[in-house]
Design a binder for this molecule. Structure first.
Ligand code: XUL
Ligand code: CO
Length: 435
């Protein structure tokens, strides 16, 4: 295979290294709490940003230099991108990747032709995965790019659009399964609405529930073992997305009897658009046993747009890894950099700088979160804060056996409750001690 990047494989050189093309903190085989960093972090690169992101924005054309890409929608060009991508994964020591059907293969005039084109690229991915020991973290179908999906896919007012989307999901699932994908994502790109003046919301949600049940049936039919993930996002593109945040997704999954088949794929910039912290979204999912995978990026505070920047904020990655470790670590999920370089970082080399920055920031986040958990003071504080619930009455309430009359008797006997400081600032300083 030809070398497309004039870069050696990125190595760990330690925090004192001045080499920008070296890991300062990500040391794949170093163990943290009995597991290697590689096993903990399960980094993935997204084909759509890494290979297809042009840097175009509403005010200007793309800026990214991609000398390997002839701009055509030929299969030859699609396969060459795969070569470049695997060279990149190898050189950056990234073990996993993710795709949408339409990033890896061109869409053709008919469903059968599009299926055939996808099949050809997937054959090649299968070969390169085996050659290089890379794995597919998850696959997904792009149900938001083509104009036919402008008013939704599984929530389109039109049955013919719904059927087209079903055909795409069926094929994408088959391909994900063939590539040994560890999971499959549903991001409801345009599953939502702009105005209720023209929308039957109940019908759309019922249709989405039915769609996902059909996907579960098909998953069983082909023996796909990985979980399905829903990826919450509150707006952009539609004004009201049905899968707006973790809590809304869980409510939907429960209402439609889908909980056992789905987990969540949470993305930082989506969490902040929803007015939450990423840590909040992770905790909501983890408490419901539904923390699946992470789209690792960050946004610009106060910007109100999904800028998908590479994660370089240590407080953020610490909080993400704190939640992931608390939940027992990733199983099928991982850290997919759903992130793109800024349009002024246009050289191929910037792909390396961007991923190195994200990987090192997460490696540090992992070490810091592990140290905080090992130290135990934060956990002890929280345990202590809720200690009154360990009493007989507390246990009775928690097991649903208490009555209001009993609680009233307790309150009368106790008089004015004795409460203690939440010590937020002290605990924030404690976290800072580890950073
Ligand atoms: C869009 C987004 C998607 C999903 C996959 O904001 O995050 O790339 O991750 O469809
Ligand atoms: Co995403």
């Amino acid at each position: 295979m030809a070398d497309f990047f004039d870069v050696p494989q990125i190595q760990f050189e330690g925090s004192k290294s001045r080499n920008p093309l070296a890991f300062k903190h990500y040391n794949p085989e170093e163990t943290v709490g009995g597991k290697t960093m590689r096993e903990h972090l399960r980094f993935a690169s997204p084909f759509w940003h890494t290979m297809r992101g042009t840097g175009a924005d509403p005010f200007g054309v793309g800026t990214m230099q991609m000398p390997w890409d002839d701009g055509s929608d030929s299969i030859e060009n699609a396969l060459r991108r795969v070569d470049v991508f695997f060279e990149f994964l190898n050189k950056c020591q990234i073990d996993f990747y993710c795709w949408h059907d339409r990033d890896i293969a061109p869409e053709r005039g008919t469903i059968s032709e599009s299926h055939a084109a996808l099949g050809e690229v997937v054959d090649y991915l299968e070969k390169l995965q085996a050659e290089h020991g890379k794995k597919l973290l998850w696959g997904t179908a792009c149900l938001f790019g083509h104009p036919r999906y402008g008013q939704g896919a599984a929530t389109s007012p039109y049955l013919d659009v719904y059927a087209y989307a079903a055909a795409q999901v069926r094929k994408a699932l088959e391909c994900t399964n063939r590539l040994g994908g560890e999971g499959y994502v549903f991001w409801g790109g345009r599953e939502g609405y702009s105005t209720l003046i023209n929308t039957n919301m109940k019908k759309e949600l019922d249709h989405l529930g039915a769609f996902l049940h059909m996907a579960v049936d098909y998953k069983k039919e082909i023996g796909f073992k990985g979980p399905f993930y829903i990826e919450p996002k509150p707006q952009e593109p539609t004004t009201h997305q049905y899968d707006s945040d973790a809590a809304a997704c869980l409510n939907f999954l429960r209402e439609y009897g889908l909980m056992e088949h789905f987990k969540l794929n949470l993305e930082t910039n989506h969490a902040t658009l929803a007015g939450h912290t990423m840590q909040h979204e992770l905790r909501v999912a983890a408490d419901a046993g539904a923390l699946g995978s992470v789209d690792a990026n960050e946004g610009t505070a106060n910007c109100g747009w999904d800028t998908d920047e590479f994660p370089t904020d240590l407080y953020l990655t610490t909080s993400v890894m704190y939640e992931v470790l608390r939940a027992g670590g990733f199983t099928t999920g991982g850290l997919n950099f759903d992130a793109k370089r800024r349009r002024d970082s246009f050289e191929p080399l910037d792909l390396f700088h961007a991923h190195i920055a994200g990987m090192d920031t997460f490696a540090r986040g992992l070490k810091i979160a592990h140290a905080i958990i090992e130290d135990g003071r934060l956990d002890d504080f929280v345990t202590q804060r809720y200690a009154t619930w360990d009493s007989d009455l507390g246990k009775k309430v928690e097991s649903g056996k208490a009555s209001l009359a009993e609680l009233e008797a307790h309150a009368i006997a106790k008089g004015e409750p004795n409460i203690q400081s939440g010590r937020q600032e002290m605990l924030e300083a404690l976290v800072n001690q580890f950073i």
